[in-house]
Design a protein. Structure first.
Ligand code: ZN
Ligand code: ZN
Length: 110
């Protein structure tokens, strides 16, 4: 899960998991981070990684964080008059916007 040197801790963990578990998750992430910086094996299957996890007493998996990440939802809109479709990454206010083609009213589809 480590694509850059950023450590992502989802604040939801504070609510949904206990403090102990969060500390474990942070330790786990730091193991990735540390080995990545050192140029050693930082992936779950790597020997260096497993060894370091055992040394610091961190849990073996970090999947809960990935699961909790909010998916990139696409909002679909349609013009009620000419049926022109619009895709937006963010929710848009259908009262404020009108169709760019015909000026008709925009409706939310999905
Ligand atoms: Zn991990
Ligand atoms: Zn239209």
């Amino acid at each position: 899960m480590l694509s850059s040197h950023n450590i992502e801790i989802n604040p939801k963990h504070w609510v949904e998991h206990g403090r102990e578990e969060l500390i474990g998750i942070i330790k786990h992430e730091l193991c990735h981070y540390h080995l990545h910086l050192e140029g050693k094996g930082y992936k779950h299957r790597d020997h260096d990684f497993r060894k370091l996890l055992a040394e610091v007493g961190a849990p073996r998996f970090c999947t809960p964080i990935q699961k909790l990440r909010t998916p990139n939802t696409i909002h679909l809109y349609k013009c009620g008059t000419c049926s022109q479709k619009y895709e937006r990454k963010r929710r848009m206010d259908t009262k404020k916007y009108v169709c760019g083609k015909c000026g008709g009213k925009i409706q939310k589809v999905g």
